[in-house]
Design a protein around this ligand. Structure first.
Ligand SMILES: NC(=O)c1ccc[n+]([C@@H]2O[C@H](COP(=O)([O-])OP(=O)(O)OC[C@H]3O[C@@H](n4cnc5c(N)ncnc54)[C@H](OP(=O)(O)O)[C@@H]3O)[C@@H](O)[C@H]2O)c1
Length: 338
């Protein structure tokens, strides 16, 4: 079968299309999936560049996110049937409950083979039905960015109608967070590098738009927009480059979901966190149960993920390059097969 393998951690050039990788077969308790679409996350760029913990052999199949159809089931599989549309869960070892200590041990496209292949075989517990109203491309965007945003905004952030949520950028996590915050009746303030992207975010329901390039002191704009109070929640994907401003943007006693490091690493002064009694919580994607809850919400509201651009399987390297440029809006998808 055709599958990409991360042969070297030198960026997208380290990807090799192996046209003769052995097709996996479903053993007892396993589900064989014909992958129809995958999607990229910032993490996939880090893994390709050797900047994220991943299996270090020359045959790792990249990408955590993919969706397809069940083509075979092993003995004892009870939740799935041939022909059903499914996706894999990001963490293969976190079905529900509290996050396990060894959660990273089986993460698709990192410590375990991922989805950029024609066929994958996963344990039944690591597979989830896709919402019926979504295409394969749309369903492929959910496992990492979707579940992370759902965990941050809904499961851990407990957003309520009338809350104000601050989002940074218009990438995959932020666009899901926008949709989930609006679904729950929150006001959304969004900061982006681009006026054109801000206009697209407005069309998706964003209430207050800030260009963080032309307004470097964007935390002051956030305070102005909230009458000096600050936002109830920040979905923090920037890291050290933005966290200080996020802490200034949040209300006393507010919540910051610590998710990403788009703007780099660094040190942070704990004093304003203490003085303003801010709650910071690391978010690490989410469980299979959270994925199922999100899917119910997507189905109930007929919500569709935001796809910025789609690439063919043979164009996977270009898709990596496009994601790395940061010019995308929402998710970047790579289709698999016809
Ligand atoms: N903890 C977890 O479980 C988890 C899960 C998923 C992702 N993450 C992390 O979350 C971050 C976002 O991931 P993603 O996949 O959504 O990324 P992405 O789709 O690649 O998002 C990139 C976008 O972020 C915005 N951005 C870049 N630098 C920024 C800055 N300095 N300030 C504000 N916005 C900035 C840009 O949007 P504009 O052009 O609109 O400004 C850019 O297009 C990454 O660091 C990723 O590793 C963590």
């Amino acid at each position: 079968m055709n599958a990409y393998e991360l042969r070297e951690t030198i960026g997208a050039d380290g990807l090799l299309l192996n046209r003769e990788r052995t097709e996996p077969e479903a053993g007892p308790g396993e589900v064989k999936i014909r992958v129809r679409a995958t999607s990229l996350n910032f993490r996939d760029l880090l893994i390709a560049g050797g900047k994220y913990p991943a299996r270090q052999d020359a045959s790792l199949v990249p990408l955590s996110d993919g969706a397809g159809e069940v083509v075979a089931i092993g003995a004892g599989v009870s939740r799935f049937q041939v022909g059903e549309r499914v996706a894999g869960t990001f963490f293969q070892g976190w079905s529900g409950g509290a996050i396990p200590a060894d959660v990273s041990g089986r993460a698709l496209g990192g410590t375990a083979d991922g989805m950029l292949a024609e066929y994958v075989v996963l344990p039944e517990a690591g597979v989830i039905h896709s919402p019926g109203h979504l295409s394969f491309e749309e369903a492929a965007t959910l496992p990492c960015a979707g579940v992370t945003a759902w965990n941050a905004v809904v499961e851990t952030g407990r957003v309520r109608a009338g809350d104000t949520v601050l989002l940074l950028g218009t990438g995959g996590v932020s666009m899901f967070a926008l949709q989930f915050a609006k679904l729950h009746g929150a006001q959304v303030i969004i900061a982006s590098s681009s006026d054109e992207k801000l206009a697209r975010a407005k069309a998706l329901g964003a209430d207050t738009l800030i260009n963080y390039r032309s307004t470097p002191d964007w935390e002051l704009e956030v305070l102005k927009a909230t009458g000096g109070r600050g936002v109830d929640m920040v979905v923090e994907v920037g890291g050290a480059g933005t966290l200080e401003k996020s802490i200034k943007s949040v209300r006393v006693g507010g919540f910051i979901a610590i998710i990403g490091v788009l703007a780099g690493l660094g040190q942070i002064d704990p004093r304003p966190i203490i003085g303003r009694a801010v709650r910071l919580q690391g978010i690490f994607v989410g469980s299979g149960e959270m994925f199922a809850s999100m899917n119910r919400a997507l189905t109930g509201a007929a919500l569709k993920p935001v796809i910025g651009r789609s690439f063919a399987f043979e164009e996977a390297k270009q898709a990596y390059g496009y994601q790395a440029q940061g010019s995308h809006f929402g998710k970047v998808v790579v289709t698999v097969g016809s």
